[in-house]
Design a protein around this ligand. Structure first.
Ligand SMILES: [Mg+2]
Ligand SMILES: [Zn+2]
Length: 229
């Protein structure tokens, strides 16, 4: 029988994700004001429900961290944003997933708040609330500000190609993400495979199968996707 691994690297138990371009189709260019101002413009991206289910089933919490300056720009109200959020959470729940909490910054750049990404204010607050060690978790997003916010808090950053930024644009960023995947589902499959390898190695070490084994740097590990957990 397997016991939970307590020594060595801590098991991944929480991830932080952006909303637009990761959970739902980025609203840039095809919606009024290029924001999701109403539910009809909230389009779940393919594989998102499965990705969230996989995370939850494997004991990994999910927290959303999103800039929604359209509120303070006057394009939609806080109530309208809350309405979109509760419908999003309902749909996710109905599909077997769960989001622990949703953080929004509703400020404009000129408001000079501490929460608007690339500032790490929301991530900081969320990491504190959920007692997450930033260095042991990931921030998944589709924009440069996501990578910057995650990086400034010491998180590993993952860029997904399902949002508003092309890989060409991303390659010109000064600060690059640690990993790049097609979308949330591909990211999650990789994360879970990585966690599994970590656990397996820890078990083997304890059983004396591998003497003096060390964890290889993540970059050296082969990508392993396409497997349902
Ligand atoms: Mg985004
Ligand atoms: Zn803010």
């Amino acid at each position: 029988m397997r016991r939970p691994v307590r020594r060595g690297k801590k098991r991944l138990d929480i991830v932080f994700i952006d909303r637009d371009g990761v959970i739902n189709k980025d609203p840039g260019g095809w919606t009024e004001y290029s924001y999701v101002t109403k539910w009809k413009d909230f389009k779940f991206l393919p594989g998102v429900f499965q990705a969230l289910r996989l995370l939850n089933r494997n004991g990994i919490k999910v927290v959303i961290i999103s800039n929604q300056a359209g509120v303070n720009k006057g394009y939609f109200t806080r109530d309208e944003l809350n309405e979109v959020t509760s419908r999003m959470l309902d749909e996710i729940n109905k599909n077997g997933g769960k989001i622990e909490e949703v953080y929004y910054c509703i400020h404009k750049r000129e408001d000079n708040c501490n929460c608007r990404k690339p500032k790490p204010g929301m991530l900081e607050a969320a990491a504190r609330k959920f007692s997450a060690d930033p260095r042991k978790t990931y921030f998944i997003g589709d924009s440069e500000v996501d990578v910057q916010a995650g990086y400034s808090l010491g998180m590993r950053t993952i860029f997904v190609r399902s949002g508003k930024t092309t890989v060409d644009e991303m390659s010109k960023w000064v600060l690059k993400p640690d990993y790049v995947f097609a979308d949330l589902l591909e990211t999650v499959k990789w994360l879970l495979a990585k966690e599994r390898r970590k656990t397996d190695r820890a078990h083997k070490r304890r059983e004396g199968v591998i003497k003096g084994a060390v964890d290889a740097p993540a970059e050296d590990l082969p990508e392993e996707t396409g497997e349902e957990v």
